[in-house]
Design a protein around this ligand. Structure first.
Ligand SMILES: Nc1ncnc2c1ncn2[C@@H]1O[C@H](COP(=O)(O)OP(=O)(O)OP(=O)(O)O)[C@@H](O)[C@H]1O
Length: 741
């Protein structure tokens, strides 16, 4: 007879466990092991707490008891780890139920709010509302004058309204009494996830309807909920549990990252859904898009038949991001998972395709930044006049290569969005002929650009896919992958997308894309629908940031004020509902008279933080020259400084210093963004397009704004923004006026 049992852990319990001493954690590990082998083991003293209720306790060691919820015959959920005195003291403290909105299990600790020390020491001043991008003037609750008899925070909403949003009913009496942010935080520290999400969003000034649409609806169960069916409830995404016993044990022993174990219900739903075609997950920085992409890969891998091939492609924009994906996927699923996944950055994938077809002809690949200069050289050498090299470079990369145009006729018909001046047929004919001569000229020099490689790879893959559709099944030309997962999707070009589309057969779960157009830092704008990637009806958004504090988010969103962003498919996207449950200091803003003085401020700030050299602090600057200056300044003070290169920081320790592009995908505890001055951010060089090519000007400006936004959303706890001379126009007057004397 099988005496074993299933034991999963509810997400809130792991927070308690992680606070235990090493020895007690070890005891929890022992306990879970024994329990899974045989819950009836007399040493475990498993017993019901509420008479015939589902709530049970079991002995972990002399001091600690496990609080368990009995789900089914031999299926248990570890809901809390408590000191033994607490477990028997007052059982009316605990309520458990199935949430009527999400269908997930919630175990609620009903200890009254208000008596704790936290409630008294957190000052009301530290509350900062996160404004929405479109409405930066959202009321800040901290501004309200304190009343002699404070007004309950949520008195505008009836019980029914709150319950409809998914708030846990047993907490309603306590919620009614909340009058300060400190009390709210204390309550939310132990409230179920959805209650926390809803109350915070309301507190931040979101309307009832916004909260329903942005917070509640994404986690609403699709099927009717039976409030007594705990077996069904434990399987729903809304019940945040360890996925399996091994994960629970691994977490205790190896202190796994929380992200490896607990997905937010919204994240889990997206990971485990079956999609009828390409799906896209958007969302602001730090909302776990990469985490979702990684879990999606693991989920898809679990459905694969056994084999030694790599039917899943996991790709992203650049090399260091791909390396990071590999490390994180390894942490998530080990060798076995990584063995089934091809992890490669997009340009490398394209050059692999080209190399395999021997289509490169031994050419050296040069950076796309060199293209304008190459055009200039070509025009001088050939004596061609009449066109600006800049214009031709952009036309060639964005329209001809960008859209993988096959022929002159295709170019005549091509749409040229965002290209400024229009071209008649004769002009197009001239440009087409010039580009043909230009590519032959490049070939003569033994070079080509990454965009050309991508275009060539796309063409090869499209030909390959066309060949496979005309051949009988079992041919050599089977699609390369069964599933394609793309992170940082906002930065891929049309040619990249055409290549990817051709690499996987259209069908359920073929493509899964994560990305945020607010963080687009390369000049690639696409409409996926026109590239054969139809995400209509399969597009979702994550809104809860796990990385930065509400205070940092609020200021980062100010940087984005007034700009309009696309949704990769011809529509618009905003950051509505973007929020965080973390809190900290407000970022500080400070101007210096000169760059030399600003460097002194950087050094001063790092000293004020206690000179940490463990890689937890970074300085972000606009150019490499500035990076070199900062490194020299810090080193002059005896602080080891490390440059962030294309593959990430050159070593883990020291103060990391890098240009804005390098910060994509990185996270720090504290950061300084320096050189946020007018003329540097946005770059002075783009002002020449203001009159000659306003659309380009707009695009380049948006790109620089996104770079600043990406940088501002990397720190977890503290952010300092510095400039010299006039501050960047991206810093709103509200931010600049906050500067310290
Ligand atoms: N469910 C989760 N539980 C715990 N931590 C999480 C969870 N989801 C995400 N995180 C953490 O939040 C941080 C941001 O996650 P991630 O890098 O996936 O966000 P992102 O949306 O891809 O960000 P960006 O757009 O800035 O690249 C990481 O430190 C990650 O470990």
């Amino acid at each position: 007879m099988n005496t074993g049992a299933m034991l999963r852990m509810l997400d809130r319990a792991d927070k308690e466990v992680m606070k235990l001493s090493r020895a007690d954690k070890g005891a929890v590990y022992e306990f879970t092991h024994k329990f899974r082998n045989n819950p009836d083991n007399p040493g475990l003293q498993l017993k019901s707490l509420h008479g015939n209720s589902r709530l049970m306790s079991a002995r972990i060691n002399r001091d600690y008891r496990a609080l368990l919820l009995h789900i089914a015959e031999r299926d248990f959920l570890l809901v809390a780890v408590k000191h033994r005195s607490e477990v028997y003291d007052d059982l009316s403290r605990y309520a458990y139920r199935i949430n009527r909105v999400t269908g997930g299990i919630e175990v609620i600790d009903l200890t009254p709010v208000g008596d704790s020390i936290v409630g008294r020491v957190v000052s009301a001043d530290s509350s900062v509302a996160v404004p929405s991008v479109t409405d930066p003037a959202v009321a800040d609750p901290s501004v309200a004058d304190p009343q002699p008899t404070p007004k309950p925070i949520f008195d505008r909403y009836s019980d029914t309204e709150l319950v409809e949003l998914g708030v846990a009913e047993p907490l309603l009496p306590q919620i009614r009494d909340l009058t300060t942010e400190a009390e709210l935080l204390e309550l939310l520290d132990r409230a179920p996830q959805l209650t926390t999400d809803v109350l915070f969003a309301l507190f931040d000034g979101k309307t009832y309807d916004e909260v329903r649409a942005q917070v509640t609806d994404p986690v609403r169960a699709e099927e009717p909920i039976d409030p007594e069916d705990f077996e069904a409830a434990v399987a729903r995404p809304a019940t945040q549990v360890t996925s399996d016993d091994e994960a629970l044990q691994a977490m205790l022993v190896e202190s796994f990252g929380r992200w490896q174990i607990f997905l937010h219900p919204t994240q889990r739903k997206l990971v485990e859904r079956q999609y009828n075609g390409p799906a896209r997950v958007g969302g602001g920085p730090g909302t776990g898009k990469t985490i979702v992409a990684l879990h999606r890969v693991a989920y898809l891998a679990r459905q694969l038949p056994p084999g030694v091939d790599k039917p899943i492609l996991l790709t992203t924009f650049n090399r260091n991001l791909a390396a990071d994906l590999r490390t994180r996927l390894m942490a998530l699923g080990g060798e076995e998972l990584v063995a089934r996944v091809d992890i490669v950055n997009i340009d490398r994938l394209a050059s692999r395709v080209v190399a395999e077809a021997r289509a490169g002809g031994g050419r050296r690949t040069v950076s796309d930044n060199e293209v304008p200069q190459l055009w200039a050289d070509f025009l001088i050498e050939t004596g061609e006049t009449g066109w600006e090299p800049e214009f031709l470079a952009a036309e060639w990369t964005q329209v001809i290569l960008g859209q993988v145009l096959n022929s002159r006729i295709d170019y005549f018909k091509a749409r040229r969005p965002n290209r400024g001046r229009s071209l008649n047929r004769m002009e197009r004919d001239q440009i087409w002929r010039l580009t043909e001569r230009f590519t032959t000229w490049l070939e003569g020099q033994g070079i080509w650009t990454w965009r050309q490689v991508a275009e060539r790879a796309a063409r090869l893959e499209m030909d390959r896919a066309a060949a496979s559709s005309t051949e009988s099944s079992g041919s050599l030309h089977r699609p390369r992958y069964r599933h394609v997962v793309v992170d940082e999707a906002q930065d891929l070009s049309a040619a990249h997308w055409k290549m990817l589309r051709a690499m996987v057969a259209s069908g359920p779960d073929d493509m899964f894309l994560t990305g945020d157009t607010h963080q687009r830092i390369y000049d690639n704008h696409v409409t996926l629908g026109s590239l054969g990637i139809n995400i209509r009806g399969r597009s979702s958004r994550l809104t809860l940031s796990y990385r930065t504090t509400r205070q940092i988010l609020a200021d980062a969103l100010q940087i984005m004020t007034g700009e309009v962003y696309d949704d990769l498919d011809g529509g618009e996207e905003d950051l509505a509902g973007y929020r965080s449950l973390l809190r900290g200091e407000r970022p500080s803003f400070r101007g210096a008279a000169t760059w030399a003085q600003e460097r002194d401020l950087i050094a001063e700030q790092v000293h004020a933080w206690g000179d940490p050299t463990d890689g937890s602090v970074a300085v972000c600057v606009p150019t490499r020259e500035f990076a070199a200056d900062v490194i020299a300044r810090l080193e002059a003070d005896g602080l080891p400084a490390v440059e962030i290169g294309p593959d990430g920081p050159k070593q883990p320790d020291g103060v990391h210093v890098g240009t804005m592009h390098r910060f994509k995908g990185l996270e720090y505890q504290r950061m300084i963004i320096a050189g946020v001055s007018d003329g540097l951010i946005p770059r002075q060089a783009i002002s020449r397009y203001r009159d000659t090519d306003p659309k380009r000007y707009q695009r380049e400006r948006q790109r620089d704004r996104s770079l600043l936004f990406v940088a501002a959303t990397r720190p977890r706890d503290e952010l300092v923004v510095l400039w010299h001379g006039t501050p960047s126009p991206f810093l709103t007057s509200r931010l600049v006026q906050r500067q310290l004397p």
